[in-house]
Write a protein that binds this ligand. Structure first.
Ligand SMILES: C[S@@+](CC[C@H](N)C(=O)[O-])C[C@H]1O[C@@H](n2cnc3c(N)ncnc32)[C@H](O)[C@@H]1O
Length: 250
């Protein structure tokens, strides 16, 4: 998903979405996160950097699937609230391995803290100029030989309006639902997310939050990363990911 231009320093983005984020998407996305990063995270020895941690899907995978320290970077207050509530339920021994950084990564002073970095469902939310600031910050946060796994954003603008329903979820007497509508607006993707809560056929409340996304191809992202020392990881890899590494000797 996404964020609007100018929200970079706005800690209140995701204020509407955070309430619905996990109830509508957590199960499906947790399985996806396991498939995409489970093996890589298990190999981390030094640390895992979760860039744009949101409510903590990759962070929880890293805590459960590795013994490395975890750095969860999440500037949006509402998403961070869910993340910390989740961490509060962990045993202290697991919780002491994770540090939450409440800033955009390029403002967080993280130096050589991780050998695995993940940008899950995140890079598409950034305008190109902000992406350019993210790459050197990730390079600085990684140790030599560290790897970065980026979930690829849409490669191009959608044709017409693309609608994706967010499946209904029951909570007691209420049913939570939602819908994502993506459409082209100039060179950006306007992403409107509608949420509702129903009781039987009666709609109790409705909310909307609009985000912006910037399409980028795999080759464009690889070209942006190269000047910061990143080279492609060998092997076919997952088509949904861009996997790059910082060679030990540069
Ligand atoms: C669509 S959410 C995805 C959250 C999580 N990765 C997930 O998939 O559930 C993107 C997240 O990136 C965060 N974010 C945006 N810009 C960031 C930056 N420069 N550094 C770190 N996080 C950022 C947002 O606050 C938001 O929570």
């Amino acid at each position: 998903m996404t964020r609007a231009p100018g929200l970079r320093r706005d800690p209140d983005s995701y204020a509407v979405t955070a309430e619905f984020y996990d109830i509508l998407q957590a199960d499906e996305d947790a399985a996806r996160v396991r498939r995409l990063y489970g093996r890589e995270v298990a190999r981390a020895r030094h640390g895992v950097l979760d860039v744009g941690a949101g409510t903590g899907r990759v962070t929880m995978l890293a805590l459960a699937g590795s013994r490395a320290d975890v750095h969860a970077v999440e500037p949006a207050r509402a998403m961070r609230t869910s993340l910390l509530t989740r961490l509060a339920a962990l045993p202290a021994v697991q919780r002491e391995r994770v540090t939450v950084h409440p800033l955009p990564l390029d403002e967080a002073p993280l130096r050589a803290v991780a050998d695995v970095a993940v940008c899950h469902n995140m890079v598409g939310c950034l305008p190109p100029a902000v992406r350019e600031e993210l790459w050197p910050a990730i390079a600085a946060a990684l140790t030599p030989g560290g790897s970065l796994f980026v979930e690829l954003p849409p490669a191009r603008l959608p044709v017409g309006a693309v609608v994706r329903p967010l499946g209904d979820t029951r909570v007691g007497e209420h049913t939570y639902g939602g819908r994502i509508t993506m459409s082209a607006a100039g060179h950006r993707i306007r992403t409107r997310v509608d949420y509702w809560v129903r009781q039987a056929e009666h709609v109790l409340r409705e909310h909307t939050e609009t985000f912006w996304m910037w399409p980028a191809t795999r080759s464009r992202l690889a070209a942006e990363l190269a000047p910061h020392g990143f080279v492609p990881l060998p092997g076919p890899g997952d088509p949904r990911l861009l996997a790059v590494t910082l060679p030990r000797h540069r």
